[in-house]
Design a protein around this ligand. Sequence first.
Ligand SMILES: *Cc1c(COP(=O)(O)O)cnc(C)c1O
Length: 350
Amino acid sequence: MTLLRKNIAAMVGYVPGFQPENEAEWLKLNTNENPYPPSPEVGKAILAEVGTDGSNLRKYPDAGSHEARKVAAELYGVDPSWVIMANGSDELLNNLIRAFVGEGEELAFVHPSYSYYATLAEIQGVKIVRFGLDDDYRLADFPDRYTGKLFFLTSPNAPLGFRFTNDYIRDIASRCDGVLVVDEAYADFADTSALDLVSQCENLIVTRTFSKSYSLAGMRLGLAIARPEVVEALDKIRDHYHIDRLALVAAQAALLDQGWLLENLTKIRKTREWFSTELRQIGYRVIPSQANFIFATPPDLDAERVYTELFERKILVRFFTDPLLKHGLRISIGTREEMEKTLVAMTEIG
Ligand SMILES: *Cc1c(COP(=O)(O)O)cnc(C)c1O
């Protein structure tokens, strides 16, 4: 179609993890979904919002998501003016590019990390720079001053699972002329977070998602902690009614039930450590993970073979054809029972 913008016609588009048709038949460890249900308060809040006749749904939602921002601000110890809610953190990543990077200007991210940044950059006609990693999982060739407009730092890293220390993140921020966006999609599973740095580093923004730790991938909810000037800018850019009524009450209920969150996080972390140890015992190399997945390399480095054999057993994990990743598999952490089943299969496969 010749009427399309050239970059849109040329781009491939993001390919999400495979979603099988008969989901119940599969053990799905390929998209880092949470194996446990969300807080029961979430379902209750949604049902209450729908009410007996759904008549609340006639009305637009609160465009400024004030209540949810207040709850998040309290939880993270910041003023509500430092919080924005989002229709999935993907919405924030997109709008941050639109806010900070003009057409033809440059943004950067780590390779390997979340490949969706590239898709979003291509849509905006933005130049992309990728920084690699050295053997100690630090940035290779990161300049004394990075002059691009925005740098996405995924921490914990996906798909490798390690995190950057706050000292290192502070150092990176101080070397960026533009903004440093720390994508903390998995930070609830980690030992540390860069949230405290937002008030210390003028150019630092943290994004979070409800999709993984809060078991709400299906609701589409995210948030960012940023300076009020940034929040104001993002508020101008976003769709007016970007979060629907059900998602708003779900967000509040989920954030208020920290007990439920902690219980699930504890279980997942424990299963992650157990599964990592077991895989190492059958000869896998497993990167110590700070997320709800692990990146594991089989002894013969033939991850595609293991992927295929697991697929035949209806166990879905993530295999990337990228040359930097094709030796390993990203495996989401499910329940202990699910991981026991996966371990048995991987032991058989060898
Ligand atoms: C899952 C994920 C996201 C997207 O989160 P949503 O809130 O579901 O849009 C963003 N960044 C990374 C690194 C992720 O893994």
